[in-house]
Design a protein around this ligand. Structure first.
Ligand code: ZN
Ligand code: ZN
Length: 347
């Protein structure tokens, strides 16, 4: 085994503590990555808050990171030591089911192997995430980080970025599309940047007007205040695609009403059960959809697109020793728009 260091959950305090970790020895298909930067995702916060014991394996969060290849397995081609790479929130899948064959490993029928907290498909051990100095991953689930993308600000593209990219592409967003993005956080700010770069006109939907300047800075034409009934009525049936990034249970009806005829409301991430009055779908033949994460080919395409358009996340970079502060501030939405941890203090 390969010794490394990382930030592991302590069940008594539900905080992360620096700990010695072990990575597997390289399989023929594996690469070893020195993790340089890892984004802090809402999923990490939820995993830590739900963490009770090591019964299901240790918890080391982190599933959007960039780094440098340090070693490659005997059967690896296409990656060599020194190459900048990126890894997202899935690290394996069955590779043969209908979803995998369609390039949607994120929807694998056998459930994809998550970057942390999932059982490894070969040895059954629990995967440990990117809040760590080293990660060992199959080259099939590592991506070349294009030159020109800042490796710290690019890290959040690997979870937040691809999660907004897939529905934008699948729903055909391009020149002439009108797109609204509900919620201006880690996902939302990337949705605005990507949809604008795809040629759409974009608007932010927010509970308060105070982010109007930020919305325009990110490329949006304007901001719709969701608590203002006049403004909501004014955008009725307006948007071809509404990307809903609000991470807590809520009524989809106001967002369906702003969706255009034959348009789609896409909620990102797992919202749980919702109640929908089908009249809100019937009037305008509207569609309700959901999405999360991305397959290998669209992750690679997203990175190329972001490099071509100069898109990265707006981040606040912290030394990894401040990970508990980052998680606490994320819980209170006190970040514009993504924390990224600098792992160099784990040398
Ligand atoms: Zn994530
Ligand atoms: Zn599969």
């Amino acid at each position: 085994m390969r010794p490394t260091t990382g930030w592991r959950a302590d069940s008594a305090t539900r905080t992360l503590r620096r700990a010695a970790l072990e990575r597997r020895d390289l399989r023929p298909d594996d690469i070893a990555v020195r993790v340089e930067y890892c984004g802090v995702c809402h999923t990490d916060l939820h995993a830590l808050r739900a963490y009770e014991s090591d019964a299901n394996g240790p918890l080391v969060p982190g599933h959007e990171f960039t780094g440098v290849v340090t070693e490659v397995g005997g059967a690896v081609s296409g990656f060599s030591p020194g190459a900048p790479v990126a890894v997202g929130n899935i690290v394996d899948s069955c590779r043969v089911c209908r979803m995998c064959r369609a390039g949607q490993e994120n929807f694998c029928r056998e459930f994809p192997t998550l970057t942390y907290g999932g059982p490894d498909r070969q040895d059954g051990t629990t995967t440990l995430g990117g809040y760590s100095r080293e990660y060992v991953v199959s080259r099939q689930f590592a991506y070349h980080l294009p030159a020109g993308l800042d490796p710290a600000a690019a890290a959040p593209l690997l979870c937040a970025g691809v999660t907004v990219w897939e529905p934008l592409r699948a729903l055909g967003v391009g020149p002439g599309s009108a797109v609204a993005v509900a919620g201006l956080g880690g996902l939302g700010h990337l949705a605005i940047k990507m949809a604008t770069a795809l040629g759409a006109t974009t608007s932010v939907v927010s509970r308060t007007p105070d982010k109007a300047g930020e919305a325009r800075r990110l490329g949006a034409q304007g901001l719709v205040v969701s608590t203002d009934s006049e403004q909501m009525e004014a955008v009725r049936d307006r948007f071809d695609v509404v990307i809903d990034t609000i991470p807590a249970p809520h009524d989809p009806a106001p967002y369906l009403r702003m969706t255009a005829m034959d348009g789609t409301l896409s909620h990102l991430g797992h919202l749980g059960p919702v109640t929908v009055d089908t009249l809100d779908l019937l009037i305008g033949r509207k569609k309700l959809s959901s999405a999360g994460s991305g397959g290998r080919s669209s992750t690679a395409a997203m990175l190329r697109f972001c490099a071509a358009h100069g898109i990265t996340a707006d981040i606040e970079l912290l030394p990894s020793s401040e990970v508990n502060t980052a998680l606490e501030r994320l819980e209170h939405n006190d970040v514009r728009y993504r924390f990224v941890l600098d792992m160099s203090d784990l040398a």
